[in-house]
Design a protein around this ligand. Structure first.
Ligand SMILES: Cc1ncc(COP(=O)(O)O)c(C=O)c1O
Length: 502
């Protein structure tokens, strides 16, 4: 059924097996009459639409909580085996399968390592799932400004210098939560950052949502190394974002003995469903099998396609595709070549407009657009045909929709200033709130998160002091057509603040 090749690695376990999917198949074939959940009873009562969507076989195997299907929260059977296979492949001390995306993995990572009141260093361009984890835990964030890549108008990496300063100024901090690599594929010097933290008895927790594939490109010198191989203590990876598992599935890897895997598992058990969807778990297991047997070759191809595209896009008048030259002008330590950042400044076209043109006129969908750039992901699924099509539509975009070089200046990332943290995010979340006009809110403490998508980085976190600059920046982002997420009033006329005490 599966390619019977031995994985090209030092694995001792049989990486050709898929214990979860095998156990599901076995249960379904056993033919026990179902007097148990789920209510569709292995497809018997499922609506035709659901049958078409999941297929007869998928529904037949969509069961959980049977003895042989194991318990996600206290694994001792097929889930334990599947997690052990994943831990071996990625090189972790222990691995947990997560079914609420990397958001859930990050929540468990923070909840399982920090205590209420603990100080934690956080880059200001952290994804909102990190802020959510901090609210859940009751930790106190100290925001660190990431590097700003002015000529692209985006946030870059966390610099070693900024971390050193933050550690010296906050010797009582317990951990740093790094975003590595960034959404745009920029990786900082994580090893140096980890060394500084560990010298000061602090943990390196990593949001590696965009790096689950890096292990399989470790033989390609120019590619960033994965966080687990650079000294990270805990790593949350989005298997679903770049590899072959179903959306919503992620892995949480334990990298060192500085943390308690048991405690993190306890945290994950509080945060995750007691009825995990077996199809999701099986998809994680199968994605691991696929990477064990084909990951290296597939990643080699993805990097080659990325490099070819980069070279060809740079021949298009007005477009600029970011490459390793960025290592000279910024603190980026290495760049993921499977992320294609196309800067549109030279054709004077705003990113969101370009995204809509590509989607509706040429039927190509990018991963994200910001004011100045489009981001495309080349994954292990791509091939020469998909890469050629992308190049073709970018040529058409520049030819037919360009508005002239330099007409539109780069919109700076003025949203990412580290504002004063007046109270902890948790206090702000639970504190008495009040809606006020955002234009009159300068000086107040934010009671909610305001995030523009993409890239999902909060511009305002609960507990931060609102400033005039921030209000202006929010308006600018709104005018640029970015989608706002988080605030109760999505028009942003009003904002929730922490009600000042009388
Ligand atoms: C950097 C980063 N961290 C965490 C997440 C959350 O991942 P998920 O969507 O799997 O919950 C995302 C999602 O886009 C992300 O970009």
């Amino acid at each position: 059924m599966f390619e019977d090749t031995k994985p090209k690695s030092n694995c001792k376990l049989n990486q050709n097996e898929a214990p979860i999917s095998e156990a599901m198949d076995k249960y379904a074939r056993d033919g026990a009459l179902a007097f148990h959940t789920p209510g569709h009873k292995q497809g018997l009562g499922a609506h035709e639409r659901l049958k078409r969507l999941i297929t007869h076989e998928g529904l037949r195997q969509e069961v959980s909580l049977m003895e042989e299907l194991d318990d996600l929260h206290e694994p001792s059977g097929c889930i334990k085996e599947a997690e052990a296979l994943a831990a071996e492949l990625w090189g972790a001390k222990d691995t947990m399968f997560m079914i609420n995306g990397t958001t859930g993995a990050i929540h468990a990572m923070i909840f399982g390592t920090l205590q209420p009141g603990d100080k934690v260093l956080v880059p200001r361009n952290a994804h909102r799932s990190i802020i959510g984890g901090i609210i859940l835990t009751g930790a106190r964030p100290v925001y660190i400004q990431p590097e700003i890549v002015e000529f692209l108008g985006i946030a870059g990496v966390l610099t070693v210098e900024a971390v050193r300063r933050a550690v010296e100024e906050n010797p009582d901090a317990k951990a740093l939560i790094a975003v590595y690599p960034t959404y745009y594929g920029m990786a900082g010097d994580l090893q140096a950052i980890g060394d500084i933290l560990h010298e000061h008895n602090m943990l390196l927790l990593v949001d590696e949502a965009h790096g689950a594939h890096l292990k399989f490109a470790q033989h390609i010198e120019e590619m960033p190394k994965q966080a687990l191989d650079l000294g990270a203590d805990v790593v949350a990876q989005s298997t679903h974002k770049v590899l072959g598992s179903l959306t919503q599935t992620s892995m949480l890897h334990i990298g060192s003995d500085r943390v308690s895997g048991e405690r993190i598992r306890e945290a994950a058990a509080i945060l995750q469903s007691t009825s995990p969807n077996q199809l999701l778990l099986a998809s994680l297991d199968i994605a691991r099998l696929q990477m064990a047997t084909e990951g290296r070759n597939r990643l080699e191809r993805a990097v080659e396609l990325g490099n070819w595209l980069r070279e060809e896009i740079n021949k298009i008048d007005g477009l600029y595709c970011v490459g390793d030259e960025i290592l000279d002008s910024t603190d980026t330590f290495s760049l993921d070549k499977t992320r294609i950042i196309v800067n549109l400044t030279g054709i004077g076209l705003p990113g969101p407009e370009a995204e809509l043109i590509l989607r509706h006129e040429y039927k190509v969908q990018c991963e994200l657009s910001d004011n100045n750039n489009l981001l495309f992901i080349i994954s292990m699924a791509d091939n020469e045909d998909t890469a050629h099509r992308l190049l073709e539509v970018l040529q058409l975009l520049a030819q037919n929709h360009g508005r002239g070089r330099g007409e539109k200046p780069v919109v700076p990332v003025d949203l990412l200033t580290a504002n004063e943290v007046a109270v902890s995010p948790r206090e702000a979340f639970y504190g008495p709130g009040e809606m006020v006009k955002i234009n009159e809110s300068a000086g107040c403490i934010a009671g909610e998160t305001v995030t523009f998508y993409p890239p999902g980085v909060p511009v305002l976190c609960p507990g931060e002091r609102i400033t005039d600059e921030l209000i202006k920046a929010v308006r600018k982002q709104q005018r640029a057509g970015m989608r706002v997420v988080g605030p109760a009033d999505s028009t942003l006329e009003y904002i929730k603040i922490v009600k000042p005490s009388p």
